[in-house]
Each structure stands twice: as C-alpha cells, then as structure tokens.
Design a protein around this ligand. Structure first.
Ligand code: NAP
Ligand code: ZN
Ligand code: ZN
Length: 346
C-alpha cells in the first residue's frame, strides 16, 4: 500500500479537508497514475453532501482525472510510463454481462464500480481524483490525445462524455435543432460538442448573463427560461433537448418545446423527484429519456473527437484549499465553466 495526500469530506455537509489515503499495490493489469488535474463535477457536491443517499465517508471525490503514468503492472499492454492518461467515472465493471460486452460498462448489470463513493470487488471503498495518485486497471484508463492539454481535458472525462454520448445516440448533427438546458460544466461541453457535430444549437439558461459566452462557444441562439415568452416563442422547435440541470425542472414546459418525434434527454441528477403530466408526451409522440456517462470505448472516441475539433473545457484552475469555496460557487450557478483542481497543491 502507498500513502498519498488527498482532500476528503469527513462527513455529509462537513467541509472538505486535507488528509491521506492508502492506494493498493500496482497489480498485474494496473497503472499507477500521478494525478495532475481533477475537475469538480456537480455530482461531487451531491455526493459529498449525501444528497443522493448511501454516501461512504470519508469521501475523496473526483471523477474527472488526468495525469501521467508513473508505473505499470507486468501484464499491462496499453500504457507505458510517461503516457498522458485520464480516468472518468468508473474504475471497474463485471466485464461479462451483455452491457459490458457491448461497451456499455456504465450500465453493467452487476453495477459498475464508481471511481469514488463505491466499493471495489474486494469491498474496499474507492477514492477519487482529489488525490496525488491513483491505481487503476488499464481497461478503465483512457489515452489523452496530444492535442489536448491535461487541465482542459480533465472535465471531458465526465462532462464531455456525459454530453457526447446522448448527442451521438440521438443523432445530433446537420439539420437537427438541439437545445442545451443549463450552461454549467456539462452544458457548456454540450454546446461545444453539439456545434462540432454540426447541429443548430440553442442554449436555454435561467438568465442571459452568460449569453456572450454561449454564442462564443458555438451556440446559434440563447434564451432565458425565466422569461415566459421563451416558452411561447420556441414551442415545437427542437429535435433534441439535452437537460443538464442539477435541480428539478418543469418537464412539461420543456417537452412543449419539442417537435413531433423529438426527444428530451435528461442527464441532470437532482436530489428530489420531478413530476410529469403524461399528456406532455402524447401530443407529438415525444420521448423522455435519460443517459448516464458513457462506456470506455465511447469515452476514448469522445476524447479523440474533442482533440480533432480542439474542444477542451473552459476552466478555472484552483488550488486545493479553494475546493469548498468552489463548491459554493457551483451551487450558485457561478461557474465559468468548470473548476479544475491543480493537484500539485494538495
Ligand atoms: P453545474 O456546473 O452546476 O451546471 C448545472 C447548470 O444547471 C447550472 O450552471 C445552471 O445553468 C443550471 N441550474 C442550476 N440550478 C438550476 C435551477 N434551480 N433551475 C434551473 N437551472 C438550474 O453542474 P454539472 O456538473 O454540469 O452537472 C449537472 C447535473 O448533471 C448534476 O445534477 C450532476 O450530478 C449531473 N450529472 C449527471 C451525469 C450523468 O451521467 N447523467 C454525469 C455528470 C453529472 P444556467 O445558469 O445556465 O441556468
Ligand atoms: Zn461527473
Ligand atoms: Zn457487466
């Protein structure tokens, strides 16, 4: 075991503080990664505050990890010391069920092993990227292409794949009108990726405060959902609506903005349930769907796509001592557009 520095939440709603954790020895198929950067996802906040229930403390959040390989196990074939690598939201799965075999490890029928706030196959708690090093099986490690810097690439490991996967699955592309609801960490990547895929992109944000940024990142249109006229003007407009909102939304109102056969795909994970009037789906044969992160193969495809199109995240680099302050700013929708921890400061 190796002792490494980390930032952890000691209990629900307690501030994160510096601590140490143990990492397992490097096994035959493992890579040891010197972590350089870790993004702060809103899911880190939901979990560190036990908003979803079942949290395991102390908790070291972080599932948007980039770094450099420091050591490889004797059986590792995909990575070498010095490689630039990433780790996202999962570090293992059963590898045998139909979903794992189809490259959909995120939907593993045995449940995937999350990067933190979970238990690995030995029953030990997993600890995430707010830490100096991590040991990960090579099959759950990604290559960061040369064209991407490690700091701007970190958020791609969750925010990037969580928006790329549904946009791809629901065929966002030329001739399609895509709305992205919420312009935070996920939303701003959704805008960039939908634009790069060739779709006509509209941002639906609570206000017009971030309009200039939205248009610069690739949106064609930008509307405030606080203005009731938005819902009249845009009725029946979109083929795909991707909701990234971290709080409950008015599904019926957003479904009214879909064209016939359109799909509202939700990736937000609010702590409270939402209500739905099923009539909102009947008129117009509409789909309400959800999507969770993406498989390992698709995550590599997304990283390669982002490198090809020059799509990193817009980041605000912070020191580890600023994590608690950053959490408050994310909760206030005051993030432009992802906080990334410089792990050297832990
Ligand atoms: P974020 O950076 O906080 O962005 C969320 C955005 O939603 C905010 O910037 C804000 O955008 C909007 N918003 C927040 N509160 C709102 C409210 N009360 N009403 C309306 N809009 C509101 O969070 P994130 O990291 O992108 O994560 C978003 C959600 O996705 C979280 O719930 C997270 O847990 C979840 N998530 C899911 C997956 C998955 O696999 N499905 C993966 C990662 C994250 P505006 O200021 O533009 O309105
Ligand atoms: Zn995340
Ligand atoms: Zn499986």
């Amino acid at each position: 075991m190796t002792t490494v520095a980390a930032y952890a939440a000691p209990a629900a709603k307690a501030p994160l503080e510096r601590t140490t954790i143990e990492r397992r020895p490097v096994g035959e198929f493992d890579v040891l990664i010197d972590i350089k950067f870790a993004g702060i996802c809103h899911s880190d906040i939901h979990q560190a505050r036990d908003g979803w229930g079942g949290a395991i403390f102390p908790m070291v959040p972080g599932h948007e990890i980039t770094g450099v390989v420091a050591e490889v196990g004797s059986g590792v074939t995909k990575f070498a010391v010095g490689d630039r690598v990433g780790v996202g939201c999962m570090v293992d799965s059963c590898r045998e069920c139909e979903n794992c075999r189809a490259g959909l490890e995120q939907y593993c029928l045995q449940g995937n092993v999350a990067t933190y706030n979970a238990r690995d196959k030995n029953g030990d708690p997993t600890y995430g990227g707010y830490s100096a090093q991590v040991v990960v099986d090579e099959n759950f490690t990604l290559h960061i292409p040369d064209g991407l810097s490690l700091d701007a690439a970190a958020p791609l490991l969750c925010a990037g794949i969580t928006t790329y996967s549904p946009l791809h699955h629901w065929n966002a592309g030329p001739g399609k009108k895509v709305a992205v609801v919420g312009m935070g960490g996920l939303g701003h990547m959704g805008v960039k990726i939908a634009h790069a895929l060739g779709a006509e992109v509209t941002v639906l944000s609570q206000s017009l405060r971030k309009k200039d940024d939205g248009l610069r990142l690739g949106a064609d249109h930008y509307y405030a959902t606080s203005d009731p006229k938005t819902f009249e003007e845009l009725r029946g407009t979109f083929d795909i609506i991707l909701s990234t909102v971290s709080a409950p939304i008015n599904l019926d109102a957003f479904l009214s903005l879909l064209r016939t056969d359109g799909a509202l795909v939700n990736v937000g994970a609010p702590e409270e349930p939402v209500s739905l009037n099923l009539f909102s789906l009947l008129g117009g044969r509409k789909t309400l769907a959800g999507s969770g992160i993406g498989g390992i193969r698709e995550t590599q495809e997304m990283l390669d796509f982002c490198a090809e199109h020059g799509l990193g995240a817009e980041i605000e680099l912070i020191e580890a001592s600023q994590i608690n302050e950053a959490y408050e700013r994310v909760l206030d929708s005051d993030v432009r557009y992802r906080f990334v921890i410089d792990v050297a400061t832990i």
